[in-house]
Design a protein around this ligand. Structure first.
Ligand SMILES: *[C@@H]1O[C@H](CO)[C@@H](O)[C@H](O)[C@H]1NC(C)=O
Ligand SMILES: [Cu+2]
Length: 318
């Protein structure tokens, strides 16, 4: 037993920490299986519908230049494109077993100009959200999240390509966000698809975002602290990013998603609160900023929330 235990200890120590993270490793659509890019293999000779990506590590800066597709945004030398019917289901498979159950799932599309996405940098595109799942039940502290559902579903996420999306060449961006520690961990990867048999509902300006740009590091959905007293009774969660595309399943005029009632995410440059005049006691609403380097606004939260320091740059009323 001693020998076995010693061997086991050695083996455990040798497991790379990357196994605590990961990414989308494969896709399925219409009965076809598409193996993803292998970030730890030589890029030479790799053919995949997935855009190349470089690391299992999370992106922890929501404005990182790699946040579109977890890489520099370029296509592979032997890039493939999957033909996908509008209205069909497409599944992304993360590595087994995905370790992070607390956080949202998000899926985006971005149409490429021209006749192919190959050669088009992901950072130049406009993205719209076709699917999102935040806090599905329970409280922020211990509820069921989109990411928990993803794990329960074989560490995979299935979304429907909206039937209304115009036919054409797109990148599809599957993302899981982990909130068990802060800063939030973003895990996005992209694949090239050609959508056929589509509709005529083009996304409108308010639905379109850039990556980087769609998220800011002060988004309530990226700064929520699961370990506060308030989190135990908090049952709403603001999913980051733009409102859902109108043609997305579950999107509706009024939108039942709690995300739509919270502060919209916006590029970091425009995040100045209109409250930087006279600090008033107890004036910062739940999720509002109440401190951090370079912040000059009010610092006292409305009752019953208290100001929590999340990092040197951001304190939030929770
Ligand atoms: C679960 O996912 C793996 C890929 O990670 C896949 O090979 C397997 O077929 C999936 N199982 C089911 C039941 O879908
Ligand atoms: Cu991880």
């Amino acid at each position: 037993m001693v020998t076995f235990a010693a061997l086991f200890a050695v083996a455990s120590a040798a497991i790379p920490t990357a196994l605590a993270h990961g990414g989308v490793l494969a896709y399925a659509n219409g009965g076809n299986w598409y193996q993803g890019w292998a970030p730890y293999n030589s890029p030479t000779g790799q053919t995949s519908i997935q855009r190349p990506w470089s690391t299992y590590n999370p992106i922890t800066d929501a404005t990182d230049p790699t946040v579109a597709c977890n890489d520099d945004g370029t296509s592979g030398a032997l890039q493939l494109t999957a033909t996908v019917a509008a209205g069909s289901k497409i599944t992304a498979y993360w590595n087994q077993v995905w370790p992070h159950p607390y956080g949202p799932q998000l899926t985006y599309l971005a149409q490429c100009p021209g006749s192919s996405c190959t050669g088009v940098n992901a950072n130049t595109l406009k993205w719209f959200k076709i699917d999102e799942a935040g806090l599905l039940s329970g409280s922020v502290a211990d509820g069921t999240w989109g990411a928990g559902k993803m794990i329960a579903d074989n560490s995979s996420w299935t979304t429907t390509i909206p039937a209304s999306v115009p036919s054409g060449n797109y990148l599809i961006r599957f993302e899981t966000i982990a909130l068990h520690s802060l800063p939030a961990q973003l895990y996005p990867e992209c694949a090239q698809i050609q959508i056929t048999g589509g509709g005529s509902l083009a996304p409108i300006a308010s639905e379109l975002v850039s990556f980087p740009g769609a998220y800011s590091n002060s988004d309530p959905g990226l700064t929520v602290n699961l370990y506060t007293e308030a989190a135990k009774t908090q049952t709403t969660y603001a999913i980051p990013g733009p409102p859902l595309y109108r043609g997305a399943a579950g999107a509706s005029s009024g939108s039942t998603s709690p995300s739509s009632t919270s502060a919209p995410s916006s590029p970091t440059t425009s995040a100045t609160a209109p409250a930087s005049s006279t600090p008033v006691a107890g004036s910062v609403a739940q999720y509002g900023q109440c401190g951090g380097q370079g912040y000059n606004g009010p610092t006292v939260c409305v009752s019953p929330f208290v100001c929590n320091k999340l990092n040197d740059y951001f304190s939030q009323c929770l």
